[in-house]
Design a protein around this ligand. Structure first.
Ligand SMILES: Cc1cc2nc3c(=O)[nH]c(=O)nc-3n(C[C@H](O)[C@H](O)[C@H](O)COP(=O)(O)OP(=O)(O)OC[C@H]3O[C@@H](n4cnc5c(N)ncnc54)[C@H](O)[C@@H]3O)c2cc1C
Length: 418
């Protein structure tokens, strides 16, 4: 990457994966960077803590991989491969009748009860005979692609638990590049050949031997100028400079929540009213001791309880739990109090024992048909003033860590070519 001739000084708001990645990249390109992070540790959504000696992913459970070679190359330049282990996904869908079917479910119909399997294959053969009907939304896409039986058994109840709204309201633009779209032929071939799906980003994954995803954040933050416990409430343009917490900067990279930005800006005239219409879901992540099991993720479409996923974080690294103990994070796309969590846990497989919980209000950005235009308009208005949006809730994108790093690369290249 070309070294900046004028060595701009950037303020980066937010020390999550996006802010830390772009800070590293800009620093390596010769720029000065200062990261402002409101919490006392780096990481944002990937933050981990220790509770009763157990590694607790405060939000979900984070593993790393990428299909983008340039992201992998960059990642391994900044993290030591010896500190990680490579694992193969062992994920299952736990069906209402108790059957556990390997993930992705459509490739493992042969593991289901015969009557269910037969009904799904009837649907698939009809789809193959008629061809794929045009879909206008996520709901129609799922029915048209997998048939009504698999839709009713898994896709609809599981996705409703995550998205908490009608799947007809989820636009197809949201799907692009995010979901596999197997043809009937591919599904049948995978079942007959009992072929393992290895194309999805987390079919295999890298996981730190110590410290969980906090290790990734800590490693990226090391050597950077990060101001912890430094919430930024005001971004004020004075002449050509941005004033942030009493210091002056040439430009700002905003990696926080774009909905909070309009109230923070002073000294420029922009209309960001569109961001008020953006919506999101939160997640309650419940740390539990669970029965020993061999899984990495267990997806739960069951209507009997509200949780959609058990993330078997204790199985990700030996150091994550005390010897002899199995642990997991159980996810709910809802804010639940402890009393309700305890009731719910009684209905979930693996006899979970409650240890701790945390609610994060912004975890899943909800993409509607107008989301891309709202973000594009905000970026177009802000960039001429030297403010750039980057990250999951700055861009309202369903980024994984690697996509956040790829976006940081793109923005850094754009800034360094000016
Ligand atoms: C449940 C769940 C599971 C996931 N699992 C995976 C996974 O297994 N693998 C994977 O690759 N990705 C996973 N992801 C996605 C991953 O979490 C994100 O891609 C990544 O963490 C996004 O980082 P970010 O920096 O864009 O945002 P954030 O992590 O939200 O970081 C924003 C940071 O900005 C700080 N901040 C905000 N406002 C201010 C302010 N005004 N002043 C100062 N600081 C501020 C916040 O404290 C935070 O540290 C998962 C996400 C969720 C929700």
């Amino acid at each position: 990457m070309a070294v900046q001739e004028n060595k701009k000084h950037y303020a980066i708001i937010g020390g999550g994966v996006s802010g830390l990645s772009t800070a590293c990249m800009l620093k390596e390109a010769g720029c000065e960077v200062t990261v402002f992070e409101k919490e006392s540790t780096p990481g944002g959504l990937v933050r981990c803590a220790r509770v009763e000696g157990i590694l607790y992913h405060c939000v979900g459970g984070h593993v790393f991989n990428s299909r983008k070679q340039e992201v992998l190359d960059w990642f391994w330049q900044h993290l030591d491969k010896n500190d990680f282990q490579l694992a193969t996904r062992n994920a299952v869908v736990s069906l209402e009748d108790g059957t556990k079917v390997d993930y992705p479910i459509e490739n493992h119909l042969y593991q289901m009860q015969e009557s269910l399997r037969s009904a799904i294959i009837d649907d698939l053969l009809q789809i193959a005979a008629k061809g794929y009907a045009q879909a206008d939304n996520f709901d129609e896409f799922l029915r048209n692609r997998f048939g009504n039986t698999l839709y009713n058994e898994y896709f609809a109840p599981y996705n409703r638990k995550i998205w908490r709204r009608k799947l007809t309201d989820v636009p197809l633009t949201w799907l692009e590049g995010k979901l596999p779209m197997p043809t009937v032929k591919e599904i049948l071939e995978a079942n007959i050949g009992q072929v393992k799906e290895m194309k999805m980003v987390h079919s295999t994954f890298h996981y730190p031997k110590q410290g969980g995803s906090q290790h990734i954040a800590d490693s990226l933050a090391a050597g950077l100028d990060v101001r912890y416990n430094s919430p930024v409430d005001l971004l004020e343009k004075v002449g050509n400079q941005w004033h942030v917490n009493g210091e002056a900067f040439d430009a700002v990279i905003f990696c926080g929540n774009v909905k909070h930005l309009p109230a923070m800006l002073k000294g420029i005239n922009v209309d960001l009213s569109g961001v008020e219409r953006l919506s999101a879901h939160g997640t309650t992540s419940v740390l539990c001791e669970v029965e020993a099991n061999p899984y990495s993720w267990v997806y739960m479409p069951s209507a009997q309880h509200e949780s959609h996923r058990v993330i078997c974080t204790g199985n990700f690294a030996e150091s994550n739990s005390p010897a002899g103990m199995s642990t997991a994070t159980i996810e709910f796309t809802l804010q639940l109090d402890k009393e309700e969590i305890l009731k719910q846990l009684q209905l979930i497989p693996f006899s979970p024992r409650y240890i701790a919980h945390h609610y994060c209000p912004y975890t899943y950005p909800v993409q509607t048909a107008e989301t891309p235009a709202i973000i594009a308009d905000a970026k177009a208005q802000l960039a001429p003033h030297g403010i750039y949006l980057l990250g999951r809730f700055a861009e309202w994108e369903y980024y994984n860590m690697d996509a956040a790093m790829a976006a940081a690369m793109k923005l850094t290249a754009q800034l360094c070519s000016c």
